[in-house]
Design a protein around this ligand. Sequence first.
Ligand SMILES: [Zn+2]
Length: 375
Amino acid sequence: MLVAHDENQQLIILQRQFSRDELQVLKKQHQFFCPQCNEPLQLKIGQIRIPHFAHLQHSECDNLFSERESEAHLLGKQQLYEWFERLELAPILEPYLPQIQQRPDLLITYQKRLFAIEFQCSPLPLELFTARTKGYLDAEITPIWIVQNSFERLKDNGVQKIKINYTMSQYLLHNQGQCYLMTYDVKQEMFFYMSNLTHLKKTQYLGQVHRLPLKQQQFPFLIPSKISRQKFEQFFLQMLQFRDDYMHPRLLLSKRGVNDRFLFALYELRLTVNQLPIFIGIPVRNANAFDEFCVEWQVQLFYFLKCHELTPQTMNANAIPYFFEWASFAMTMERKKEVTYYLSLLKRLTIQSATDHLEKKHLIEVLYDELVAIG
Ligand SMILES: [Zn+2]
């Protein structure tokens, strides 16, 4: 904790400007109490750790508020607090909100609206993340989750594969059809943006990375710009490359042989890996609804169409749940949306069957309009 009351109910905020000597004086002159439970606190001024307050005894509010905060968490809170102060957004550090029994790292006011800032340095289970988010929204507070950065090794700007694990993927943000992730690095005082994210499979995404120093950040936080039409071509080629890299071992290493539904469907569609049409294996809607790479269900969809003498033009939306059952894919709302969206894309491309030919240039243009330029 960085905040305490003294014996006169004065708020003490441990900011970076205090030297350790100044803090030693403060410690000698005052007693400190937890603003939440009023229990006495100890001011810890070690040589290594960032000075902070800690309960003398195990307290009820330990459950709400981690006593063993990481250095990054303490430092990040200080940096963000100071930055919000400079922006004159009236930040309150570690406020306890009794109505929802939550304690965000920071609370700020912007255009008469309240925002809770959570700087997350340890994995937060999805249930807790969802519950806390709901708590804030119920109290008419907009939560903003900032995750500790773990992407410092990625290079700037180029289109590249980015690994975002499942715990991290709960922090993905969506704006006008774009999916992105914002993280913060305390050492460099730098925001990292993983933008224009397209889900490939499992924890793999394709996207761009760029850095933004805290000093250049704005509030509301910057929303990364969308990929340009020109760069999208590069993006598309990387998707195709990923697809081909996926396909070869998929075929070679299949243990189920002829019982492999995917290989069977490919065979029935008279498709080979080298002749897979460019419109199969296209990630749509930037969603991570399916864990597997999209080529798996898209091949099944074409086989389904063939077996039922349908085309993307004639397949009724009501048949989609039946497709899931037929292909043994569990259906979720998000997955259903993805299949619906893919079918409408095929309609727009006037695709009739898996053996149709499509100009790459045309596909890239339509994909850019559908996936990027929307919103
Ligand atoms: Zn307490």
